[in-house]
Ligand binder design. Structure first.
Ligand code: 9MR
Length: 481
């Protein structure tokens, strides 16, 4: 009898567990917080509030806590918008990422120059900066757990030899690199418990990430209270490569214990970064572009999960495409303009932790259906398929074959100009039709034979079945049945 009661109990318990995996924050609870940047509408509209509370457990004010909105004139603070968001977070028990204390943009010029436009003395500038930073940090220290203390102070590429590695902002002109150190010291003085971040974009571009690292290393060596690096992560469907992201995280983690992705979005064209002059996007989005975007999100989160020891928060820059600073036509987020999750949302959320550590056996052989002498496509003993396509001038190559309705396998450019990629997991055994989508055009794979199916000619690949031998034609002696 005891046994029966137990088994009756286990059903509702396990159902609870499944039901609690409601939003992204639940799916990633063993990895890192999932944050979002909000505007005032997001925390006032009941439908948007529902999405915010269901999906996210860290909140950033998109604009409301920046220097200019909070202190437009020297000593005249305006807390209205910032308070609304902070109060929403207090009421719902969500902690905030504070953004941002010192930035060359969205800052009152009184901070660094006089009425005639002359730069202030270092002493005056520091006094202004200290007053501003400490006022805001003190006001929100009950609800803000970390601050982007200084934003975007590193120079963009290319930086020519002998030129400063830092942005030539008015603050830099007044005080050089020291202003960054001071900003951190003032923030730390006001709230010794807050984690303090340096935050920047193009954070995975090798040259800029080296400059970001160099700056933070110098700060650490000088004893500046800095805890983390914020990678803004304004990426696109073509880049950065996951190797670049992985390399940047590894580099940063040699100098700080905390890395946050602070402003994640993935637009569907080749622009990236935080600059305000950007491609406005396009009227419609094709399925192949959705596939590229989904793949970039999925591969990125895979890399992030691998680094969960050092990554403790991943924040999307805005709730939905409708809110995005890039506009709806850049299509950059996981929620569409109607706040409905995209397919990419499901792919990011419903990952299989077991596959993160899957080992792919390197026993690939040409598929038995290849054209004579062709090496690719290949299959391995586990049922993975690997593709290689020569298209040196293409910007994207997708193989329609993939797992679980993912839209296929996105290939990446190798050093020799060819495009390569392996399915995300083992494919079902047997024959599969497939085709290539190269920059939106549909082609058959020149490596393999063509087969007629579903009213069209397609490429074909055979994933050998483990029991293939049983069904194979054999020479058997004639006899009686
Ligand atoms: O999303 C913000 C947008 O509403 C503002 O107009 C813009 C002004 O510069 O700032 C945007 O947010 C930026 C963030 O604070 C810092 N990194 C780059 C972001 C996009 O420009």
């Amino acid at each position: 009898m005891k046994k029966r009661i137990l088994s009756v109990l286990t059903v509702p318990l396990s159902m609870c567990a499944a039901m609690s995996a409601q939003g992204l924050k639940d799916a990633y609870k063993d990895y890192f917080k999932i944050g979002v940047a909000v505007n005032n509408r997001n925390v006032a509209d009941p439908d948007q509030i529902k999405v915010v509370l269901r999906e996210f457990n860290s909140i950033t004010a998109e604009n409301a806590m920046k220097p200019q909105p909070t202190e437009p004139k020297k000593g005249e603070f305006n807390w209205e918008d910032a308070d609304k968001i902070a109060d929403f977070c207090r009421a719902n028990g969500i902690k905030m990422r504070g953004h941002t204390l010192m930035w060359h943009s969205q800052i009152g010029s009184w901070m660094y120059q006089d009425e005639k436009g002359n730069l202030l003395s270092k002493e005056e500038f520091y006094a202004n900066m200290k007053h501003h930073i400490q006022a805001i940090v003190n006001r929100y220290k009950d609800v803000v757990y970390c601050w982007d203390v200084v934003n975007e102070a590193v120079a963009d590429s290319p930086v020519y030899p002998g030129r400063p590695e830092l942005r030539n902002s008015p603050m830099y002109q007044i005080a050089g690199e020291e202003f960054i150190y001071k900003a951190f010291e003032y923030a730390h003085e006001a709230d010794p418990d807050a984690l303090l971040f340096y935050n920047d974009y193009n954070d995975a571009e090798p040259a800029k990430s080296q400059r970001i690292y160099n700056l933070v290393k110098r700060m650490k060596d000088a004893g500046v209270p800095i805890d983390g690096i914020g990678m803004q992560a304004h990426y696109n469907v073509y880049g950065p490569t996951m190797k670049e992201v992985d390399d940047a995280i590894k580099l940063y983690s040699t100098v700080v214990d905390h890395i946050h992705l602070t402003e994640l979005d993935i637009r569907i064209n080749e622009d990236m970064g935080g600059g305000l002059r950007f491609n406005q996007g396009q009227a419609t989005v094709s399925d192949w572009e959705r596939t590229l975007q989904q793949d970039q999100y999925v591969q990125l989160f895979k890399v992030l999960r691998k680094h969960k020891d050092v990554i403790d928060c991943v924040t999307f820059w805005n709730v939905s495409d409708k809110d995005s600073w890039l506009g709806v036509r850049n299509y950059p987020l996981l929620f569409d303009e109607n706040y409905k999750p995209k397919q990419a949302y499901n792919a990011v959320k419903n990952f299989d932790p077991k596959m993160d550590n899957a080992v792919i056996l390197e026993d690939f052989k040409p598929s038995e259906l290849n054209q004579p002498g062709q090496e690719y496509p290949m299959v391995n003993s586990q049922g993975y398929a690997r593709f290689k396509v020569n298209a040196p001038k293409a910007t994207s190559v997708i193989v329609s074959l993939g797992l679980g309705g993912s839209g296929g396998t996105v290939l990446h450019k190798a050093e020799d100009g060819s495009w390569m990629g392996t399915t995300d997991g083992p494919m079902d055994e047997g024959f599969h039709y497939y085709h290539l989508t190269i920059d939106g055009g549909v082609f058959n794979d020149p490596g393999t034979n063509n087969y007629y199916g579903s009213t069209r000619w397609e490429s074909g690949i055979e994933i050998p079945a483990h029991d293939a031998d049983f069904y194979a034609m054999k020479n058997v002696p004639h006899g009686n049945v």
